[in-house]
Ligand binder design. Sequence first.
Ligand code: G16
Length: 540
Amino acid sequence: MSDPIADAAQKHPAPEGLVYTYGTAGFRTKADVLDSVLTRVGFIAALRSRALKGKWIGVMITASHNPPQDNGVKLVEPLGNMLQEDWEVISTEMANKVSPEHVSQYYHDIAAKFKIDLNTPARVVVARDTRASGARLLGCLQDGLAAAGAEVKEYGFLTTPQLHYMVRCLNTEGTKDAYGTATEQGYYEKFGAAFKTALRGKKPSGSLTVDGANGVGGPKLKELIKYLPSKEEGGLEISVINDNVIKPESLNVDCGADYVKTNQRAPPSSKAGPGDRCASLDGDADRVVYYFKDEQNVFRLLDGDRIATLVASFLGDLVRQSGLADSIKIGVVQTAYANGAATNYVEQNLRLKVDCTPTGVKYLHHAAEKLDIGVYFEANGHGTVIFSHDTLDTIEKYEPRNPGEKEAIEVLQACINLINQSVGDALSDFLLVEVVLAHKHWGPQEWLSTYTDLPNRLLKVLVNDRTIFKTTDAERKLTSPEGVQAQIDKEVQKVRQGRSFARASGTEDAVRVYAEAATKAEAEDLARKVSEIVKAAGGA
Ligand code: G16
């Protein structure tokens, strides 16, 4: 008897001796060893959809900030959230089945274990970024989905957050939680209209230059611009640079959010003058960081911490001005990478609660879900704001007592529509930043002046086996290899306001080292010393 699952697995055999892991952002590695993984992800997506009675599941082919030769794939839950953790484990196991018979056996075992009726419809939404390997990998995925009998909606090229948006729209269509129209045009219309309403006649000052990392974000932003109010209509002048998707080998190279954040410098292609506001997206447009050159021509970074503090303070003002301060509490979620000065500012000046989670949007998202309004951003620019059901209900039902409250609540409602609540979205995030700056009549210098970052340094150490580096306390302390944390602590104590940690990357074969201290020299020195400790413990 024919077995389509085994046949598809046979068509895309798994390379011998490789171990795949569904990590921080799905499967991510060199593109040329991913064919078998994509086919198996097709099987899993179909099973997951059937387990949820035919809800739409998303599959995004991307490796986001990674270099052009990498690629990856991740699965998206019906409301646009990251894949549930037990299904990450199932995905990992499936990806590591080698023989076609074992793949098919595992597929049927999972169906039996979760009482999944294989005759239930399976619905899967698929998109990809602009990597050269994307077309081939899409073919491998299609073979998996076809073998599993899934109904497939293909969107071609999308940013990762657009795919999350489509999934949420499709699953909420016609319900009271309807999120929008599941088309690209629907996305642009929704966010474009919310931007206009949220500005409420306030005019953004100057213009904004956006670096598209030579990825999918560039062309999608150019589309979005068509739906935003023009400069003449009181809107924002946006120019897009680094939007060369015809040359996929230029993706994330000397440009993009990861380059800017890690190197703390503007892309070499930048022609921005002092005071010019700039932003960089990453390869799939789920991260954004801002920067500018000050009057002394010094590069100034406004990263995810800055976006979080700006947005939290603005939403706090709106909640107070609406008269809702007693019923709605705002909290901020960060990771260990948050600058110590940002954490202090949120706690001491904004007087808001801060939670710290391990790296990975799913952890921040879960923590933020416990808050009335949860503002979560990684320092690398990945994040969003989520509003609890009760909070949305309170805002919806509230009867403003005067025109001031009415205006504040209307702006708050527009911000809710402007924020992509399914996942961090660079396009929606930068529009939100622009709204806040316009309302505050701020340029980047005023934004920067809210607090002073502690000098910091981020380094990447290539290691033989990153899995030996295990952490605790939201990744702030190493528990393995033994003795390494004690050596790091010793170095930290030698510098003023020192803080440093080392953790294995979930997306690259490396250990990342972060250090901050009272001065630039001390931060650089601390980062170098900790990197040496890591190298000695497992360097490649
Ligand atoms: C992914 C994750 C982020 C994480 C980043 C770096 O981002 O979604 O949460 O901060 O990788 O992770 P790591 O330090 O573990 O390599 P992206 O934008 O690459 O999808």
